[in-house]
Design a protein around this ligand. Structure first.
Ligand code: G4P
Length: 531
């Protein structure tokens, strides 16, 4: 226990995950509105228009009006200090998106009520499951025609394999959306389409026990249906169990409409009550408790060239224990040096605020003169330990890369290796040959453009990328027990190795992965690599 326990315990650090267009940005904006952290002009993400914001650091982002990097937003609400980690979507989906989840203590999953679980949610969800962090679900766009509520819950349970527990229950959807039933208070909160962008209006609360009032408010048909559904739900649904929520086995579900700002504050309040304070993290000396240890942090993301004029790199770190202050000396464990961190800053929308202090749970960015790598540990000079590494996630797109001017081989190799070290891309080689043939793997296709752009602009090397048909990559979980040369795969399978010499297999489709497993008894293939 130390004297800043209170500061740490009021921190809540979570990532928002969703498929593009489900309403993540809109929900985040509404959260921030409650915290008073923004005026809408500087909103979270600019689409095609002038609302450029947050992380448009790289030229490529500006050209396309999208954000390549994950951003961090901090705001205060109800005595809590909240850190939201945004996970970029669409084309800008990258390994950083996954890594961001390593810095969060819980996740909010936004689902479009007319669509249910979609591809990107599924991918991000897998990482949350691996980490066993609590997941809270907001089913959005109830003001539009939605799928049947029971079907939506069923979809989450079957697709994602997590039990659901509705905190509230929607009454109709689209034009017939009447509000939600709060299961704890046993009352109906009627829907009011408040003026967009304002705080939630004063909702009318009607206890279901007052049936006449209820019928007058929502109509007989909706009331009949609701009463029937409440019966079904109370009889069949999973009981609320906070332990199961904290273990990531049960997701509390709220329904609402982020756009019209209905159900957002209810969700936020429930979420804050149920989610966790900053979690202890695993290190080689055991668990490091946030409030019982001195300062420590790990690097989860490195962003190069945030400001081209200065060719700078910023290392983002998650503080895991204690308090950070800008004057203090810290030990960079992997680099074996004790140092002061330069220009510690909090990245907040399009502002970068120089920080004087921060606590466990917070995310800070520091100037990186090229010494940090993803997964590095920083701690007090009096201590020396290392946090568990950040896994490497399976890329889904592959290309063969060659430099156009063969005279520039040296710059090419240097550039590509540095960019790979930052974690923006992964590079592989043919299993039995050297660096002549480089295969690049990325999680999101935009990373190919980023690679091309950066090699041209930073290393003065033009490249050609020829895309390869592989979509699945697997590390060999038991490589010491397997003779790679003797593996019998499918005809489309390719054996490669990563920068550390780990063997991997590339496949064109999921069927080949299964077939290879069938043909090689005892072979263990993994989608994450913890080496
Ligand atoms: P994302 O970050 O998950 O990609 O989604 P975003 O919030 O940008 O929302 C995607 C679209 O869905 C936006 O419309 C947004 O206004 C709309 N939306 C979000 N929440 C709701 C909701 O509760 N109800 C309804 N009806 N719509 C919702 P857009 O026209 O694509 O963008 P914009 O021009 O409004 O920015």
């Amino acid at each position: 226990m130390n004297d800043y326990t209170e500061e740490i315990n009021r921190r809540r650090t979570f990532a928002i995950i969703s498929h593009p267009d489900a309403g993540k940005t809109t929900l985040t904006e509404k959260f921030l509105l409650y915290g008073g952290a923004i005026n809408l002009a500087g909103s979270v993400k600019g689409k095609a228009t002038a609302r450029h914001a947050v992380s448009d650091w790289m030229e490529i982002e500006k050209e396309r009006g999208i954000s390549v990097t994950s951003s961090v937003l901090q705001f205060e609400y109800g005595g809590y200090c909240i850190n939201i980690l945004d996970t970029p979507g669409h084309q800008d989906f990258s390994e950083d998106t996954y890594r961001t989840l390593m810095a969060a203590d819980s996740a909010v999953m936004v689902i479009d009520a007319s669509k249910g679980v979609e591809a990107q949610t599924r991918k991000l969800f897998k990482v949350c499951v691996m980490r066993k962090i609590p997941i809270f679900t907001f089913i959005n766009k109830m003001d539009r025609d939605a799928r049947d509520t029971f079907d939506l819950l069923d979809d989450i349970e079957k697709e994602l394999g997590i039990a659901t527990c509705p905190v509230n229950w929607p009454i109709g959807s689209g034009k017939e959306f009447k509000g939600v039933y709060d299961r704890e208070k046993k009352c109906v909160i009627s829907y009011a389409d408040t003026e967009k962008g304002t705080k939630e209006g004063t909702a009318t609360e009607i206890p279901v026990a007052e049936e006449d009032r209820l019928r007058a408010q929502i109509g007989d048909d909706a009331a009949d249906k609701l009463l029937e559904e409440i019966d079904l739900l109370d009889g069949a649904g999973a009981d609320f169990d906070l332990e199961a929520v904290r273990a990531g086995d049960l997701t509390p579900v709220c329904f609402g409409s982020a756009l019209t700002n209905f159900g957002v504050e209810i969700f936020l309040k429930h979420f804050l009550q149920m989610t966790t304070t900053p979690l202890a993290r695993k290190a080689d000396i055991g668990l490091i408790e946030p409030t019982q240890n001195e300062f420590s942090a790990f690097v989860f993301k490195i962003q190069a060239n945030m400001n081209k004029a200065h060719r700078d790199r910023v290392a983002f770190m998650r503080i895991c224990s204690g308090r950070f202050d800008a004057q203090m000396e810290v030990r960079h464990v992997q680099g074996g040096k004790v140092m002061r961190l330069s220009q510690p800053q909090q990245i907040m929308a399009d502002d970068r605020k120089i920080l004087s202090e921060a606590y466990a749970g917070d995310i800070i960015g520091v100037f990186d003169p090229g010494i940090f790598s993803i997964g590095d540990t920083l701690c007090s000079p009096r201590e020396k330990f290392q946090y568990e590494g950040i896994p490497t996630f399976a890329p889904e797109h592959f290309a063969r890369v060659r430099q156009i001017d063969t005279m520039k081989r040296k710059q090419f190799v240097k550039g590509i290796e540095q960019i790979a070290q930052e974690g923006a891309i992964q590079i592989f080689q043919e299993f039995n040959t050297g660096l002549e043939e480089i295969i690049v793997g990325v999680v999101g296709v935009l990373q190919f453009d980023v690679l091309k752009y950066r090699l041209e602009n930073e290393y003065n090397v033009e490249i050609r990328l020829d895309s390869l048909p592989y979509e699945h990559i697997r590390w060999i979980g038991n490589k010491d027990e397997v003779d790679i040369g003797k593996l019998t795969g499918t005809s489309d399978m390719k054996k490669v190795k990563d920068m550390k010499g780990n063997p991997l297999l590339l496949f064109v489709n999921a069927w080949s992965v299964g077939m290879t497993l069938d043909r090689n008894k005892g072979l263990v293939l993994t989608e994450f690599n913890k080496n």
